[in-house]
Design a protein around this ligand. Structure first.
Ligand code: ADP
Ligand code: MG
Length: 328
């Protein structure tokens, strides 16, 4: 890049490693070298955020940095992994010191919180795009997958669903400004990955996924991978007071809760015998955990209303819900 590619790397993306025993070689060589602790394997995930596709063009650089790492940490959470390192491929149209500083501030705020090291990357000129690859440690043969759900297991979600989709809709209709510093905007731009919850679910949950594309789509992945079906209850979908208040109707709020993307909560299944342990976990983590339904032997995803009437749900979004292209 014209304005010192290596200056940028040195100034913004070179930090002392937090795990010298694992990160043997970091930023500055042709490749990084990492070592898994004894008894662990490495789980690897990658996610790209493209400007105008995965985030609105006027998103602040701080939030872009935060979210690019958060969505990857969320994948580690879904595996029950201990996040350890990440690499960053950054493409940007021009070099802007103020932009880079804020981007790095958002990125490293989260990196420090979760003790993950940036160990390498690539810096290029082009349309704004951020790709992060992340690595984390999993106990050998002891991690969460999408494929272990069985008939009779309870279905649970962490936190509340739909806020991020509401925030995006409010932004698009000018009811929320990109400069607003509100809790609702943060639900879209600064998701908090459920890393600790994921780790604690290892050995307890039979299947797990993070909700990036909406509950119905992501629960659908568990059902497909596990070869099972599910019945979930309308009344049980956890939604915030703000979501209920600011949605045009109850049906719209439910639409966000079921089909809205970008929540980065966990959806997981637990065998009946282990359900009691979940209560203790929820309290210990200070994390809301809600039972939303049950896995069935018969395939298909069904939504059961307060009168016990079941409706078959599409597992890939809702026909009345316009695809917002904002999921990762
Ligand atoms: P190469 O030409 O061998 O691909 P580069 O010149 O692209 O290496 O990068 C030099 C060093 O800086 C490498 O160690 C690379 O991993 C690191 N690096 C490049 N861009 C970034 C970035 N955005 N964040 C962190 N490290 C980076
Ligand atoms: Mg390179």
């Amino acid at each position: 890049m014209s304005l010192g590619e290596f200056d940028i790397i040195h100034k913004y993306f070179t930090h002392a490693t937090q795990h010298p025993e694992q990160i043997l070689l970091s930023v500055g060589d042709d490749a990084a070298v990492v070592r898994a602790p004894a008894g662990y394997d490495c789980a690897i995930a990658i996610d790209t955020l493209n400007a105008g596709v995965h985030f609105p063009l006027d998103t602040s650089p701080y939030d872009i940095g935060w979210k690019a790492l958060a969505v990857n940490l969320s994948d580690m959470a879904a595996m029950g992994a201990i996040p350890a390192w990440f690499t960053l491929a950054l493409s940007m149209p021009q070099t802007d010191a103020g932009w880079l500083e804020q981007f790095a501030n958002g990125l490293f705020a989260l990196a420090q919180q979760y003790q993950v090291d940036l160990i390498g990357g690539d810096t290029t000129r082009g349309p704004l795009s951020v790709t992060i690859q992340i690595g984390g440690w999993v106990h050998q043969q002891k991690y969460l997958t999408r494929s272990g759900a069985q008939a009779g297991d309870g279905i649970y979600v962490t936190g509340e669903l739909g806020d991020a989709a509401l925030a995006l809709a409010l932004l698009k209709s000018n009811q929320l400004q990109p400069t607003d510093d509100t809790a609702m905007l943060n639900r879209l731009n600064r998701p908090v990955p459920r890393v600790l919850a994921g780790q604690q679910l290892v050995g307890l949950a039979s299947a797990c996924i993070d909700i990036s594309d909406g509950l119905s789509a992501d629960l659908g992945h568990i059902l497909e991978s596990s070869g099972v079906g599910a019945r979930i209850k309308t009344a049980a979908i956890p939604m915030s007071t703000t979501l209920r208040q600011r949605s045009a109707s109850g049906a719209q709020a439910l639409g966000y809760g079921l089909f809205g993307g970008d929540d980065y909560e966990l959806c997981f299944t637990v065998p009946p015998a282990a359900e009691a342990q979940l209560l203790a976990l929820s309290a210990a983590l200070d994390c809301r955990i809600t039972r939303i339904g049950e896995i069935t032997g018969e395939t298909g995803l069904w939504l059961v209303d307060a009168n016990g009437v079941a409706d078959r749900l599409a597992m890939r979004g809702y026909q009345h819900f316009q695809s917002n292209g904002n999921s990762t």
